[in-house]
Design a protein around this ligand. Sequence first.
Ligand code: ZN
Length: 461
Amino acid sequence: MTALFGELLVTRARTHRHDRWTRTQLDTYQQRMLARLRDHAGRHSPFYADQHRGMQSASLAQLPPLTKTQLMAQWDRLVTSPVLRLDSVTRRLQDLESLGGDPGQPWQGRWWTAATAGSTGQRGVFVWNRREWIRILSSYARVNDWAQVKVGPRRPVPTAIVSTRNPAHQSAVVGASLRNPLAPTLRLDATQPIEALVEALNRFQPRLLVCYASMLTPLAEAQTAGNLHIAPEKVITASEEQLPPARRAAIDAWGVQVIDTYAATETATIASTCSHGSMHLYEDFVIIEPVDSAYRPVPDGQLADRLLATVLFSRTLPLIRYELTDSIRLATEPCKCGLPFRCLDTVAGRTEATLRMHSRTGEPVRVQPGLFHDALEPVAVHGWQVQQTTEGITVRIVDPDRQVDLHQITRRLRAGLAAAGVSDDIHVDITAVQGLARTPLGKAPLIIGQKQERPGGEGSR
Ligand SMILES: [Zn+2]
């Protein structure tokens, strides 16, 4: 067992005690951690020293938000370690991708690095010290703890992960750091043909299956068809929105609980499913503020355009009110499981976009992801994808057994767009496909705007 793994066990046990905290204990802890973070950032980051000057007594909500564009432009002033420079960390990540190597081994003996996918075309570059990295590992470990995945010396957990094998991706770095005999891991690339995935999974026989949410349906259908025969005790989805038909297909195929997680490279896990099936925020790791497009707070129960994340354990690249462009809604009702953490109702738009279209008179119309979910989900149960084009939209409907009525789908979609005020001269092109178009990282975004990362596109990750 590595030293890192030993330290993780200690932190994990400490973190586990937070589950039994009262809300007051959690609030007190958050405030203490936030004060430490602000103090550290103000003293060691030239960027924050400028940005927060004279605001020591201001509340968190009064501090300026930080966008990814700002972060990347100001990286060398934002970082708190004078030995770190954006160009050398970027080079390290490029070397890992082009030359290979073990991403779990710390760079220069002390730094762990990862890059984000860049759904807006810009790549984010992140670096953590040992203490931060252990916090990140313990945040991912909590997903399994809450999912009640039992592990012990006589009960190893063979884990299959169907996502990306890119060594610059945080999940690959996490996986490589945790390599140990109790959790033998098989990493598969979601861009591989389904037959190859099925064969590898049949050979490996995972106790735990972790996959992109968009891989649930094809894998569950392979199981139901009798090609895939695995018996995972839990299924965990990550990186993409878990849709109800996909969840039902997985429950039908394996008869197990399907855990949902919401995570980002910048924050590690933000929320995951508890034993009662609710998504709880990891509020002892990160403070989440749902806001509208002008950064005004959005109340619980309403869909927010984006969120601001303050990563309480961040020190090397302190993240205070860092903008994530996911659209979330906090629950108004508490969960009955007893965890002190608030619940997340929805993460709509983790991999999707609000599309800009126009009305009959040429006025701009914003088309929310919900319109497509409502129109397509009930009828396109094997999966769907909407991509904006210069003339309108292309809709791909996964239809393996040719049973989907494309005319009905066109009518539903047209009616939804008309109700939203979209002009009827928008071109709607619907095609039946065998599988969804995937990005170089293997993700299958549901709604792709014109400026977003394109499946099969180049350069973006
Ligand atoms: Zn709960």
